[in-house]
Design a protein around this ligand. Structure first.
Ligand SMILES: O=P(O)(O)OC[C@H]1O[C@@H](O)[C@H](O)[C@@H](O)[C@@H]1O
Length: 290
């Protein structure tokens, strides 16, 4: 067998659920659950954990996980008749493939409609989530194909919970000049005037038309941290942190959990994706530890 032959990765168990433990030859690691195609952990080569997962989250079929990267489909938030953030994040997905390559590791998972999904959302669809890690980079790709004979539309997000050591020493660069919908202020439309977003308090914004990569920066006592965030296919970016008061009301978050996370979500919300029969859509979020 040559070094270039991809090595299959078997399903293991994590928190009582089926999981894929990705490891690339350079030492990068990630854990993906079949439940929700949920990316739970990403450790870049030579780095530390980049995702936040609440120590109080449930790990159970039918329930959403608080942290990691929930896949939001076919409805973002309460913008439609379905339960909040749709059903994809709380359903079991199928494993298509998982393997370690010569310089990366890749898992592909699939969700298709079934009798239960058609009761709420009467459409034939195929969703595929691909998670690829290599060195200091993570790529998450979500693809949707209309497998039916009528058109449908959907909203979606990769609801990435980034881990921060301390929210108060974090900032986000790259949003300057963009218009955003301030969901924490009843959906009022505003414009980002300042260069750096200093997340603090109750923050729930949908930015539109990102023009450059974002950088999450953290000034720690003895070093700085930078994480580059790129999106393709998705036209919106959600920045969310519940702040102290709302966090205290979330039963699956510790009271101080908001200080250790910031969601930066690659999303498609304002303009739902419309797919005619046979059409496909692809969106991607890439994270690179600088
Ligand atoms: O508690 P949930 O359903 O996981 O949602 C968390 C948050 O998700 C964000 O994407 C929304 O903008 C917030 O409004 C919402 O509160």
């Amino acid at each position: 067998m040559t070094a270039a032959t991809p090595q299959p990765i078997a399903i293991s168990r994590h928190q009582g659920l089926d999981a894929i433990e990705l490891k690339s030859p350079d030492g990068a690691r990630a854990t993906v659950l079949l439940h929700g195609a949920h990316l739970l952990s990403w450790v870049p080569a030579g780095g530390e954990e980049q995702l936040y997962v609440s120590p109080k989250t449930a790990y159970a079929n039918g329930e959403a996980i608080r942290g990691g990267v929930p896949v939001i489909f076919p409805q973002f938030s309460t913008r439609g008749p379905l339960k909040r953030h749709g059903f994809a994040r709380s359903k079991p997905w199928q494993l298509v493939s998982a393997e370690q390559g010569a310089d990366d590791a890749l898992a592909v998972l699939r969700l298709t409609d079934d009798a239960a999904s058609r009761m709420f959302w009467p459409h034939a669809f195929e969703l595929e989530l691909s998670v690829r890690i290599s060195g200091r980079e993570l790529q998450i790709e979500l693809a949707c194909e209309n497998k039916g004979d009528t058109a449908f539309d959907f909203t979606s997000a990769l609801h990435t919970y980034l881990r921060v050591h301390d929210l108060d020493s974090s900032s986000v660069e790259g949003l300057s000049g963009l218009q955003y919908e301030d969901s924490a202020a009843g959906g009022e439309l505003k414009r980002q005037r300042v260069e750096l977003l200093l997340p603090g308090g109750d923050l729930d914004r949908i930015y539109h038309g990102l023009k450059q990569d974002l950088t999450l920066k953290e000034q720690l006592i003895n070093r700085g941290r930078q994480l580059l965030i790129r999106q393709q296919g998705f036209e919106d970016t959600v920045v969310w942190n519940p702040g102290a008061e709302k966090c205290a009301q979330l039963p699956d978050m510790p009271a101080d959990g908001y200080q250790h996370m910031l969601c930066i979500e690659a999303a498609q919300i304002r303009q739902p994706v419309q797919l005619a029969p046979g059409e496909s859509w692809v969106g991607m979020q890439t994270l690179v530890q600088a």
